[in-house]
Design a protein around this ligand. Structure first.
Ligand SMILES: [Zn+2]
Length: 250
């Protein structure tokens, strides 16, 4: 099979603050907008690639700030979710989406390089997350995402959503702190998405499978699309993560 990534294409995994002492691992699967050189622009305009379909707007910046504030290690995934979605099983129909929020992705229609995207981006990235989590340094893993305020014409009222499957304890603890500290906040549970083993990777594979406390956190992207918003939400989430660590001793 032909190699997809070429010289000059970065590694899918970017690890920030690898010596961080915080016992929370931060992950950001939809951090990046990178596209392997061989795939050009996927047949999309710059404007389309900058939309929420191309990446989680603000999520990488928020994760970086949280990594700094908490002295936490963070792992960010470099390539656009339109190249391959690193929070979905490779078998999921939208792992390499042909259409995302009504936009057709020309380079993904009948693409013959989907397996290479799995082998060279998805699998190595998940391997790095596993390597970090298997080190035993962490008592929780939190995945940072953002969602678009309006999806297919339907407005979404939540400021933040916590996504979980069988383990809701971490999400409930984090949310309980936020409800008390920021009464204005509209918090969703398994909103705007629901987690399942067929459609998700981080929660079932990295959290549930290890029995490791975890949550996937979705911030509405209009809150974190600029620097001021990112700083504000980093303060908010850092406070809730610190409180969580105090509540749940090592
Ligand atoms: Zn996401």
């Amino acid at each position: 099979m032909t190699q997809l990534l070429q010289a000059g294409d970065p590694s899918p995994s970017l690890i920030l603050n690898p010596e961080g002492t915080c016992p929370i691992l931060l992950a950001c699967e939809h951090a990046g907008q990178g596209i392997p050189k061989a795939l050009g622009d996927l047949g999309l305009s710059r404007e389309q690639l900058d939309m929420h379909i191309g990446w989680d707007i603000g999520a990488a910046a928020l994760t970086r700030l949280l990594s700094e504030r908490l002295n936490a290690t963070a792992i960010l995934q470099y390539y656009s979710r339109l190249v391959i979605d690193c929070n979905r099983p490779p078998e999921a129909p939208d792992s390499v989406p042909e259409v995302s929020d009504k936009v057709t992705i020309p380079a993904n229609v009948d693409a013959d390089n989907k397996q290479a995207r799995v082998d060279e981006i998805f699998t190595p990235y998940q391997g790095q997350v596993s390597r970090l989590l298997d080190s035993g340094r962490y008592k929780a893993a939190l995945s940072i995402h953002s969602f678009t305020p309006v999806m297919q014409g339907v407005p979404r009222p939540w400021d933040i959503g916590f996504l979980f499957g069988s383990h809701d304890d971490t999400s409930r603890r984090l949310a309980a702190f936020l409800e008390k500290a920021y009464p204005w906040m509209t918090i969703g549970f398994n909103e705007p998405y629901q987690v399942s083993g067929l459609s998700d990777w981080f929660v079932p594979r990295h959290g549930e499978a290890r029995g490791l406390p975890h949550a996937l956190i979705e911030v509405r992207n209009d809150h974190i699309s600029d620097k001021d918003g990112q700083e504000k939400w980093a303060d908010i989430l850092a406070a809730s993560f610190r409180h969580f660590l105090e509540e749940v001793p090592a």
